[in-house]
Design a protein around this ligand. Sequence first.
Ligand code: ATP
Ligand code: MG
Length: 419
Amino acid sequence: MAKLIQSIRGMHDVLPDDSHRWQAFEAIIRQLMATYGYKEIRMPLVESTDLFCRSIGEVTDIVEKEMYTFEDRNGDKLTLRPEGTASCVRAGVQHGLLYNQVQRLWYSGPMFRHERPQKGRYRQFHQFGVETYGIATPDIDAELILIGARLWKQLGLKGIRLELNTLGSNEARTEYKKVLVDYLNQHKELLDEDSLRRLTTNPLRVLDSKNPAMSEMLDNAPTLFDHLDEESRQQFDKLKTSLEATGVEYTINPRLVRGLDYYCKTVFEWVTDDLGAQGTICAGGRYDGLVEQLGGKATPAIGFALGMERILSLLEAQQEQKADSVDVYLVLLGEACELKGLQLAEGIREQMPEVKMITHCGGGSMKSQLKKADKSGANIAVILGEDELNNKQVTIKYLRERKDQKTVGFNELATFIAA
Ligand code: ATP
Ligand code: MG
């Protein structure tokens, strides 16, 4: 029998039973983009290698080791696109879409990166991306973030956090780089091989390292905030005000520098804890210098791209949980608490018949009960131990959100759960 030919490692078929999930996702994107007044742009899958080297940056993961580059029959050096922004700028300049105009654009389609395949990381994957041109003010930064927030809402995704940072102007970054390099040189013994190399070629990228051995040292590094130029600081403040006014929660992550060279000022990532190591589902930022760098007239620009496979697997993970998960898991430590717990639970069921709640049975340590609570899919664990019992209160532990635990009196528990 002839040998079977398989698909390329890290490149996957979407099978008939699965394609409807892609179609539904794509339909939501298309509709959402229309409601914000964005137009679709479609670029080729193959570009000159030079385009990516000049835009993404020579000392980045993508250009250093991830591109599918080949020579075609004419001997031209070509690359399967690893991302969409560079092509979008190239197309915009080439067709005169950018100069003195405002453009709100989106694209979606396959991207190619030669990475080690694992869950959430493929060699052919799909991105949906948004790019805007001609708007220098942070109102557009806010709009892009709001589009993301609305998309999560429309998809029914939960527990997605926004991380935000500003990279400042080019001058501010140059200034900061010196300070950072000094600091990193003082901790040279902690730097891994990649970081040692980047220390001389692209020191900001060291902050991006995911090596846990360097994490503490990097957390204590001087931050760009202290070297920020006034304009970037003002723009960042305005963005934060817009997000607060529209109810978008964020955390500031001074180590967020993004993996591509062309970013400046606002950068952001949407992250989830539900996908393991590949937790960034969407990332973007401002790239005011790129259009000029690629031969166009200076044009302010900002965009983001999301990984469609990661979103789809997040949807799957959360919807499975939704199907048969409960809202509350009652953790009871010791006999006296078990009895009181039973009363509390019945009181809640009486008042709120719709609440799905598991009362722990069979005893066991806090740790083992919390494990079961987590597995149950509950959003909160309500913990009743001896101390709580004496104070007539319970401790609430959030299982799906990064929130501090809190105490709630017996009498207020039902109202708390209802909220
Ligand atoms: P990571 O740090 O996970 O490698 P990145 O910084 O290289 O991500 P970007 O270039 O910003 O990613 O791409 C935007 C989004 O595209 C990512 O947040 C992610 O959701 C998705 N993505 C990137 N690379 C892959 C891949 N190899 N497979 C699947 N999705 C990917
Ligand atoms: Mg990457």
